[in-house]
Design a protein around this ligand. Structure first.
Ligand code: ARG
Length: 477
């Protein structure tokens, strides 16, 4: 488009280069227009874009840059556009590049030249930074709700399994008996830290870039604190160059999302093992599983497998954003348009995964007898026997040696320590007496003995669950 033949204040009939046509002597190449566009994916934050524009117009009217009538026309126009978008009647145009210009162009089409005043004292650079922050803040709040639901589900299942005993593993080899409730509380703790991390990240997301304009601020007498207040931001970004350019808050979110996925992936891995025919510790109800098209007997733990797999893409999203950012000089560069898809993908993936877990956890059915059977194998009470000897005055290293020999006998005879006779045990130490079976070699004795904060005893797990409920209330207050 050549320099405008339209009179000042006109509504450009061809909106194609209407936003910047003044300087250009030919229209954007069709392929370039499509290649540089982001409307295909940034239309997802139309609501935040409109909310940001309404706040901006309200502020401009407050400081006298717009009249109240102009402000009202803009707000009404934008509200109608929001309805059009939600009704599916809004025509998204790729030639208008992004969500911002699509909405602004439609506003001008609807309300005339007042629409052209909305962009006063603003740039798409501070506009898009504001939109992403508003959008991410909303998503963080939703994700926190999902985390809370999953955590409550874990506490519910743990409460039912305070006394359920299973083998605890190190190196995936039987180590010591633990209660299933205790194991579930380990998962709970991971999610507490995930929630704290997200809440901490939210503080840095919740600052207002608007007012930074393109990079240096604006010549209008703007009131940024007022705009921040209207949009519920805790504070304004202090430096305009920084505000329009950095996406560290999105990187931080993706890091927090990666840690959530890492935790869900570890939980998934355990569920996959536990539901196998070799473990059979837990049943996942059929509605969370699928079968095989060839092997009639199969019931596959698809949901945990998929979540374990999806963790990889969120880690990838984090690396994408870090790499996107690292070479950029101040201030805004078009590179930053690439921030959206990895952020959206991480949001969608973590949401879906948490939703699946929150639904699945309360539905898990532990096979209590099978877990117990498994804990009786693998010499899980060997440490307890050593501790028994220590309490009778043997030095721990010597006790370790004595029990090692008893285990070797058990291996040879294919018997657990509790299945060896008293005489057999006494070959290794005459300090072993008949009370060893009750005091050291039962599963209950073993778990009950770990009776301190953080320990696996049913009494401690019960207390930990009670504390966890209080901590949840504080976490989500
Ligand atoms: N669509 C752009 C983005 O996502 C909006 C900002 C464009 N700013 C610019 N100076 N070209 O980053």
């Amino acid at each position: 488009m050549t320099t405008s033949s339209n009179p000042p204040n006109s509504v450009t009939p061809d909106q194609t280069s209407g936003m910047w046509g003044g300087r250009f002597s030919e229209a954007t190449d069709a392929f370039v227009a499509e290649f540089t566009a982001s409307v295909q994916f940034d239309q997802r934050f139309y609501k935040q874009d409109i909310a940001g524009s309404i706040a901006h117009a309200t502020m401009l009217a407050k400081v006298g840059v717009l009249t109240e009538a102009e402000r009202d026309d803009i707000i009404e126009g934008l509200s109608t556009i929001r309805s059009e978008i939600e009704a599916g009647t809004f025509e998204w145009r790729i030639d208008l590049e992004d969500v911002h210009m699509n909405i602004e162009s439609r506003l001008t089409q609807r309300i005339g030249i007042t629409g052209k005043k909305l962009h006063t004292g603003r740039s798409r650079n501070d506009q898009v930074a504001t939109d992403i922050r508003l959008y991410l803040r909303d998503e963080i709040d939703d994700i926190l709700k999902l985390l809370e639901r999953l955590q409550k589900g874990l506490l519910g299942l743990a409460a039912k399994n305070v006394n359920t005993i299973m083998p605890g593993f190190t190196h995936l080899q039987t180590a010591q008996p633990v209660t299933f409730g205790h194991h579930l509380l380990a998962w709970f703790e991971m999610l507490v830290r995930d929630s704290e991390r997200l809440q901490d990240c939210r503080k840095r997301v919740n600052r207002l870039p608007l007012g930074s304009a393109a990079l240096a601020g604006t010549t209008y007498p703007i009131d940024r604190a007022y705009t921040a207040e209207l949009l519920g931001f805790e504070a304004v970004c202090e430096n305009s160059l920084d505000a329009v350019s950095d996406r560290d808050f999105a990187i931080e979110f993706n890091a927090a999302a990666s840690l959530i996925m890492m935790h869900l992936s570890r939980m998934s891995e355990e569920l996959i093992l536990w539901t196998s025919a070799q473990f059979k510790f837990v049943n996942i109800p059929d509605r969370f599983c699928t079968g095989s098209s060839i092997m009639p007997q199969k019931k596959n733990p698809d949901v945990p497998e998929l979540i374990r797999g999806k963790s990889g893409r969120v880690f990838g999203d984090l690396i994408s954003l870090l790499t996107l950012m690292k070479g950029q000089p101040l201030a805004y560069n078009k590179d930053n348009q690439e921030d959206k898809e990895p952020l959206f993908d991480a949001i969608d993936t973590v949401r879906g995964s948490l939703m699946a877990f929150a639904d699945m956890i309360p539905a898990l059915v532990p096979n209590i007898e099978i877990m117990r059977e498994a804990a009786l194998r693998g010499f899980s009470t060997a440490t307890d026997l050593a501790d028994y000897l220590v309490k009778k005055g043997v030095a721990f290293r010597d006790a370790h040696e004595i029990v090692g020999k008893a285990v070797a006998l058990g291996v040879a005879e294919e018997k657990d320590l509790s299945e060896l006779s008293l005489e057999q045990l006494q070959q290794f130490s005459d300090l072993i007496t008949a009370d060893v079976f009750d005091k050291a070699l039962t599963l209950e004795a073993s778990v009950n003995a770990r009776d301190h904060i953080g320990g696996t005893s049913p009494k401690q797990v019960e207390a930990a669950i009670a504390r966890a409920h209080t901590r949840l209330e504080q976490l989500y207050a």
